[in-house]
Design a protein around this ligand. Sequence first.
Ligand SMILES: C[S@@+](CC[C@H](N)C(=O)[O-])C[C@H]1O[C@@H](n2cnc3c(N)ncnc32)[C@H](O)[C@@H]1O
Length: 224
Amino acid sequence: MAGATTSAALGRALRRYVDAPLVARLFVHGRAFLSDFAVIERYVPRKGFVVDLGCGYGLFACVLRETSPTRRVLGIDRDPRRIAVARGAIKDTQWLRFETGDIVTEAPPRCDAVTIVDVLYLLPLEQQERVLRSAAGALGEGAPLIVKAQEARRDPRYALTYAQELVTTGLGLTRRGRERFFFPSREEALAMFERAGFLVDVVEMPRRPYTDVLYLARRAPAKA
Ligand SMILES: C[S@@+](CC[C@H](N)C(=O)[O-])C[C@H]1O[C@@H](n2cnc3c(N)ncnc32)[C@H](O)[C@@H]1O
């Protein structure tokens, strides 16, 4: 039943983009098809203030709202064109907002949960760690950070992960300013989360042809 509820919510979230430019509409439909937002959404608290870092066109933020009316969501992205499309998708602005911002240099506001979906690989590892540290600064002890990312591994699925990103950036669907991607190994990622102040579990994304994982992190107690 939860699955049916989430796919109905995904349908409602997509309908918010009927007036968006064609490229943005195609992109959000592609994300809906490829990204398993329903799986990620299940790990996000149903109540409280959630900040989605690197929200893109805002589809996941809309899904978070559509699946639970007691979530307030803020999406942040550095691309003003994406934020303009995201803003066009909302009327419930007291519950859902989008802001332009750089998640590496600007800290998110205090919140109950942070989500980061398919963003970190665009940033060098030291910048990924800065993002995790500023997420930690926004969260209270025990509060969750949910990150969907891809791992570097000796696995044919890693080659597919990399190839898919080359195609989407080649088509201009994912913007980046550098010549490569930054997929950490699991060991590197776990060490980064721990240094940033999180306790973390890893969940493999089911039925995925890529090396997709969810890092389910919780803000660790401050050291005495
Ligand atoms: C592959 S898209 C994913 C978008 C969205 N999270 C989703 O799942 O549909 C990556 C996004 O990260 C954003 N991004 C990359 N670096 C960023 C930074 N330093 N600050 C804010 N956003 C950033 C890009 O603009 C892009 O919208």
